[in-house]
Design a protein around this ligand. Structure first.
Ligand code: C5P
Length: 369
């Protein structure tokens, strides 16, 4: 029997709402988010091999880590632990054709992990259900389960607890890419620092002028420990699976974050999504990580205002950034906006995409007996 390779196509995501709540004891933030899968795809091919390897092609290939630091490799290993019989080889050659920019706030690394799960499940005829794959996915990273599901979905917990959302219609977007990525843990840590600074300012005001020394934003910023979890390349430390893989997220800056109110789903946004009206959705897009991303990459302010001035009906940083996502009225408007944004010189490049689209799906596989 010759087993042929399995290829899976997997989408990027934007967050239509990203409400960041308190920092949890496990180093993650409690979230409520509305994920939305868009038509920018990576393709991942797996085939049996003597030893596990990963090869990446595409514009951002050099920024993607090789070996066990690669999320697709981690995902294949996580699946093998639960789905491969003892003694059966689980070595695979993984090939990633990357179109989703790396460390861009589009969950490209999580997408590749989800694709590897679906591809290995097929290659090994492991037969895990979508629900079972979703459990393995949650152990690999917070956004991986959504990349399996696709569509539009509400994410809770650290983003891995998903409920499909009732959304109607198709939305047309222009994604504006930035040079260089942003590290997700660093953006969360910056969010905590900004919140701590705001809380300190509010406490200073409450105490009255001159009562609180050194409680300005600078003081709070200087006092906050800076979190680091090395993923400048968009490969994020495995969570949950951290126990097995020995990787734990680094807690973000402490003060302030723990006091953040519990995140709440925007019922207005959910109603707008049911109406299929981009003009209703546009003004309701929110991202609690946006101030943090802007503080780390101030040039994004220019990109966002350019998009708004050029007629976008919604403008936001996608996830932890630095990609900016602009909502257009329709496909034609998106094309015009993409051309104008390119002309404005406020980004590295643009892509016109639509959503929602399906999650990770096999596009090629065959078996000859
Ligand atoms: O789970 P994942 O590896 O995708 O997360 C990457 C990093 O993003 C985590 O290590 C953590 O610093 C941050 N994060 C967070 N709260 C979440 C999700 C991610 O603080 N809900």
């Amino acid at each position: 029997m010759i087993v042929t390779p399995v290829t899976v196509r997997v989408p990027a995501k934007v967050n239509l709402q990203l409400a960041v709540g308190p920092l949890r004891a496990d180093g993650y933030h409690e979230l409520v988010t509305v994920f939305h899968a868009v038509s920018l795809f990576d393709e991942v091919t797996v085939r049996p091999a003597g030893r596990t390897s990963v090869r990446v092609s595409g514009a951002d290939a050099a920024a993607v880590p090789a070996g066990r630091a690669n999320l697709a490799v981690r995902a294949a290993a996580a699946l093998a632990r639960v789905a491969r019989p003892r003694g059966a080889s689980s070595a695979v050659a993984i090939e990633i054709r990357k179109r989703i920019p790396v460390a861009a706030g589009l969950a490209g690394g999580s997408a590749d992990a989800a694709a590897a799960l679906v591809a290995c499940n097929e290659l090994w005829r492991a037969g895990l259900s979508a629900a079972e794959l979703s459990v393995v996915a949650a152990g690999v990273g917070s956004d991986v389960a959504f990349a399996l599901l696709g569509g539009t979905a509400v994410g809770r917990g650290r983003g891995e607890q998903l409920t499909a959302a009732l959304a109607a219609g198709t939305y047309h977007w222009v994604l504006a890419f930035s040079s260089g990525g942003l590290s997700t843990p660093e953006v969360y840590a910056a969010c905590d620092r900004l919140r701590a600074a705001r809380a300190a300012r509010a406490a200073g005001l409450a105490a009255g002028p001159g009562r609180v020394q050194g409680a300005g934003p600078g003081a709070a910023l200087a006092a906050s420990p800076v979190a680091r979890a090395g993923d400048g390349l968009g490969v994020r430390p495995a969570a949950g699976a951290g126990d097995r893989l020995g990787v734990r997220p680094v807690a973000s800056a402490a003060g302030g974050a723990a006091d953040a109110p519990p995140p709440r789903l925007s019922t207005e946004l959910m109603a707008a999504l049911r109406s299929a009206d981009p003009a209703a959705v546009g003004p309701l897009l929110t991202n609690d990580l946006q101030p943090a991303a802007l503080s780390l990459r101030p040039a994004l302010r220019r990109t966002l205002s350019a998009g708004r001035e050029l007629g976008a009906i919604g403008a936001m940083v996608s996830g932890s950034g630095p990609t900016c996502a602009f909502l257009a009225a329709d496909a034609r408007h998106a094309r015009d906006l993409a051309v104008s944004l390119t002309g404005a010189g406020v980004c590295r490049g643009v892509a016109g995409v639509h959503g929602p689209v399906h999650g990770a799906a096999v596009i090629a596989s065959a078996e000859h007996g």
